[in-house]
Design a protein around this ligand. Sequence first.
Ligand SMILES: Nc1ncnc2c1ncn2[C@@H]1O[C@H](COP(=O)(O)OP(=O)(O)OP(=O)(O)O)[C@@H](O)[C@H]1O
Length: 238
Amino acid sequence: MTRMTLSVNGVNAGYGRRQVLRSISFSVPEGSVVGVIGPNGHGKSTLMRAISGLNPVWSGEIFLDGTAVHQLPAHQRVARGVVHIPQGDLVFAEMTIEENLKLGAIIVPDNDEVERRLSQVYDIFPRLLERREQIAGTLSGGERRMLGIGRGLMTGGQIMLLDEPSLGLAPKIIDEIYENLSSLRLISPTLIIVEENPIRLQEVADYIYLMDNGEFVWNGRAKELSGAADLLKTYLGG
Ligand SMILES: Nc1ncnc2c1ncn2[C@@H]1O[C@H](COP(=O)(O)OP(=O)(O)OP(=O)(O)O)[C@@H](O)[C@H]1O
């Protein structure tokens, strides 16, 4: 299995003339889970989009396993193993779960490989197997989230960008999603997770970055986050 290291070096990005990301640098070693936390609207999703190629970078560099990818279009980054699961459950509402999942592997020519990935995804999310013929538009919020993640896994990508997997879900469903993250890593071993809930993030991340106003204002091992309570209060409130 090829594993990937991601490295982001001095990235600036934004929309129109408005700068959102300010000189962002960090790296994600292969097989690690990095969490990005911060208040609403401060650039976390923009960072995910810059990495996957959905937003252009103004300056700076992004490397995947030592290869510069910041000028490549999104589909070429997907081909290199980047999987982006954006906020908002972008499932095809008229299609069944299984049809949605298979779309994730649409460029995979080998049918046996598609079936193998499908059974891996069903192992991780048995709820999707139970409902495989159900139309995606009729799924609950939690099931749709699982489907979005499952479809991303079908690409076979090795580095997954997971943007607020708990957004809008009931605590019990969030538990279920988070419990599944460790098996998910058998397929996509390197993860970047954006979250607003530090406790959830601490459960799964090895390393955490706190973003404020498009900059990283703190980073450290996940277990060190508890010692940064004042900082969290300042930036996240509560
Ligand atoms: N397509 C866009 N055009 C213009 N401005 C945008 C666009 N997308 C995001 N922004 C702005 O960029 C800033 C950062 O947004 P971003 O979604 O990256 O924040 P975030 O930290 O992920 O917040 P949230 O947790 O609420 O998703 C916000 O001020 C937002 O309004």
